[in-house]
Design a protein around this ligand. Structure first.
Ligand code: ADP
Ligand code: ASP
Ligand code: MG
Length: 411
């Protein structure tokens, strides 16, 4: 029998009426003869609310206790989901991560899944129950409850699909993956097919729709994902291996990330080993550095800038201040009002003129570029945060709405 994992995000289970609509999606698959394993997120706003409560006690809550707290959000949602299915006449059993079990490492608040036991799920299915599994949570070998990082229910769903050899449907509040966040760009278009690699870049560069790790998992185990709407009945977006993508466009999508900060070390003596000193100190503190720019030196001095996740910025600033003193730099400046806009597409590998066009669009809109980084299939520019939405709209217009001016040489 066809087996499918259906994951419902926070807004899809945001109140009892919505849970009922989600349950009817499940029932409709069951009625078509499918076996369904449900994965549910916490109700919309629940996880944020729990984090806020903890932060009212302390700025740095103990991470084990944080996981105990956050896991309650999904536990509440799955119980309500299972009750709803039962009311509608379909026997269902809710399961927390540890009851499956979904075994993770012990890195609290960002644990990684190590293994999944499928026997209990298989038994439940055989007995005619619909298992409703809590997303976002797991358990360590030592029976400690863990969570998988924000948006982690996507990863639960993909991992379960991989373990069960099932299809994977991600139900959310948009009808698929779009060429840009439809909340920012009203003209954004739904992408029918997208490769794992492109989706991974979009997710890493700010598109919230899928958690990065879930896409990594899907690519590793070849899970085909269908991202679609809980509320609108239509075909969504398929995330599939690159071989299945017929049309390799230069720019598949545009993203913006407003969760980074820029730190500049001013008037650094231009000597070998200085960059190593700065970035070694950051690495030792487990801080991930993203874009790095070193200016041309003048009279033996230079400025060096880099970006880090905004949550890490205060710590990074403190660390770099210490190093700056040691190496005789003039000062350290932190800027939180930056945004990274990116264009992503497989066709970029074999096209020309894409970077030039991106810079031109930004310059036409009087948006200054503070840093640039590229990979084979993406180009990112750091700009002032106040221009973030303007930049995304302008780039969308140039690369998506005005068609494919950029030539792609197909192999
Ligand atoms: P869920 O609660 O269902 O997991 P999320 O809020 O995590 O949903 O992700 C869906 C949201 O992602 C959408 O509401 C949309 O605003 C945002 N988003 C950002 N970029 C994109 C994109 N390129 N395509 C679709 N949605 C996007
Ligand atoms: N509830 C968790 C969060 O808000 C996990 C998820 O929704 O995927 O991040
Ligand atoms: Mg999500």
């Amino acid at each position: 029998m066809d087996l499918v994992v259906q994951k419902f995000g926070g807004t899809s289970v945001g109140n009892l009426e919505r849970i009922e609509r989600a349950a009817k999606r499940v029932i409709s698959a069951v009625e078509k003869g499918k076996q369904v394993v449900v994965v549910s997120s916490a109700m919309a706003g629940e996880t944020d609310g729990l984090i806020e409560l903890a932060k009212r006690i302390t700025q740095f809550p103990n991470e084990r206790e944080m996981d105990m707290l956050l896991a309650t959000g999904e536990q509440k949602a799955i119980a309500l989901f299972a009750m709803t299915l039962r009311k509608l006449g379909y026997p269902a059993v809710s399961l927390c991560g540890w009851q499956v079990p979904i075994v993770t490492d012990d890195v609290h608040t960002k644990a990684r899944i190590r293994k999944i036991g499928v026997q209990r799920l298989k038994n439940l299915l055989k007995e005619g129950y619909i298992p409703v599994v809590a997303g976002f949570q797991g358990v360590t070998e030592d029976w400690e409850i863990t969570t998988l990082g924000r948006g982690g229910s996507d990863t639960t769903a993909v991992a379960l699909a991989a373990a069960l050899g099932a299809d994977c449907e991600i139900y959310t509040d948009v009808t698929g993956v779009f060429t840009a966040d439809p909340r920012i760009v009203p003209n954004a278009r739904k992408i029918p097919y997208i490769s794992y690699e492109e989706m991974l870049e979009l997710a890493s560069l700010g598109a919230k729709v899928m958690q990065i790790r879930s896409v990594e998992f899907a690519a590793k185990y070849g899970v085909r994902i269908h991202v679609r709407s809980t509320f609108v009945e239509e075909e969504g977006t398929w995330i599939v291996p690159e071989e299945e993508i017929m049309e390799k466009v230069a720019v598949r999508g545009i993203t913006v990330d407003t969760k980074e900060s820029r730190i500049t070390v001013v008037r650094v003596p231009d000597r070998p080993g200085i960059a190593a000193k700065i970035f070694k100190a950051l690495g030792e503190a487990h801080i991930v550095v993203d874009m790095i720019v070193q200016n041309v030196s003048h009279e033996g001095f230079t400025d060096m800038s880099f970006t880090v996740n905004r949550n890490d910025a205060p710590k990074a600033e403190e660390i770099v201040r210490k190093v700056a003193q040691d190496i005789g730099a003039k000062e350290v400046v932190r800027d939180d009002r930056v945004a990274k806009v990116s264009i992503v597409g497989l066709g970029m590998r074999s096209s020309y003129g894409t970077a030039a066009k991106m810079f031109e669009v930004l310059s036409k809109n009087n948006i200054n570029i503070m840093a640039i980084s590229t990979s084979e299939i993406k180009i990112s520019c750091l700009i002032e945060e106040k221009y973030a939405e303007l930049a995304v709209r302008a780039l969308h217009e140039a690369f998506v709405e005005d068609g494919e001016e950029i030539k792609v040489e197909t192999e």
